[in-house]
Design a protein around this ligand. Structure first.
Ligand SMILES: CC(C)(COP(=O)(O)OP(=O)(O)OC[C@H]1O[C@@H](n2cnc3c(N)ncnc32)[C@H](O)[C@@H]1OP(=O)(O)O)[C@@H](O)C(=O)NCCC(=O)NCCS
Length: 225
């Protein structure tokens, strides 16, 4: 499994490359996607199958996962987790909330960012950073990877803060060893018990995909300290 390469012990994952599993949906989930286009129904359904497999590793059944406030998943009490889907990939991760404060995962196709998006999602320093990486370490589409890192940061941030985070509120710096550091340029989330000024993540480029993960540990200095 691709995602497992990025996860610490105690974070459980499941991923699918195709929509070949008819995961039974709960009535409230069916109601949520009743008017969705087939592509959305497929990703919604398969990622919830992934959630079922991931939660099973924690010894839990899957409850209804209707998107909650701000679109964030409604995990069972005491569980933290994250979900992502892009063309050809769906994944879910979960962990015991006693060990992990929050998690964000994101998958993107390893392709350039669509025209015009770069301006909206990158700081000037980040534009210089990805341009330098493209020369020094050609391989992954660094612009898309940076976007993915910010999506993972947002999915980690939101369940803690309950507030929006702008693309200009975080500055990402990649390391070729498969890690990245993110400086949060705004005050720490009011709902979080600790300051949140810097988070660390991990990234992977494989099989035409870019994956990023942020895990804030409860006890270690995973960034929430
Ligand atoms: C919400 C968002 C992060 C989703 O990312 P995406 O790349 O479009 O889509 P993905 O397939 O990777 O992820 C979708 C999943 O993210 C999760 N998600 C959605 N909103 C979320 C939130 N507020 N908090 C945590 N997870 C969220 C859900 O599980 C969703 O799947 P579901 O709708 O099937 O339940 C994105 O659409 C968005 O709004 N981004 C703007 C905010 C941002 O990124 N700021 C940058 C800060 S540095």
């Amino acid at each position: 499994m691709l995602l497992e390469q990025l996860l610490p012990h105690g974070v459980y994952a499941a991923e699918r490359r195709v929509d070949d599993t008819p995961e039974p949906l709960f009535p409230e989930e069916l109601a949520h996607i009743a008017r969705a286009v087939p592509k959305r129904r497929d990703e919604f359904t398969t990622v919830r199958y992934c959630a079922r497999l991931a939660l099973r590793q924690l010894g839990m059944d899957r409850p209804p996962l209707v998107p909650g406030e701000g679109g964030a998943p409604t995990w069972p009490r005491g569980v933290v987790g994250s979900m992502t889907h892009c063309t050809g990939y769906r994944a879910a991760v979960v962990a015991d909330g006693a060990n992990v404060v929050s998690i964000g995962i994101d998958a993107e196709p390893d392709e350039p960012l669509p025209e015009g998006v770069e301006q909206a999602v990158m700081l000037p320093t980040e534009r210089r950073h990805v341009a330098e990486l493209a020369v020094a370490e050609p391989g992954p589409h660094w612009d898309r990877l940076l976007f993915s890192a910010k999506e993972s940061v947002y999915k980690t941030w939101y369940p803690l803060a309950g507030t929006w985070l702008d693309f200009e509120d975080a500055e990402v710096r990649f390391h070729p060893d498969g890690t990245f550091a993110v400086k949060l340029l705004i005050d720490h989330p009011p709902a979080a018990s600790q300051p949140l000024t810097q988070v660390e993540g991990r990234w992977l480029s494989a099989d035409g995909l870019l994956l990023t993960v942020v895990v804030l540990n409860a006890h270690a200095n995973g960034g929430a300290g």
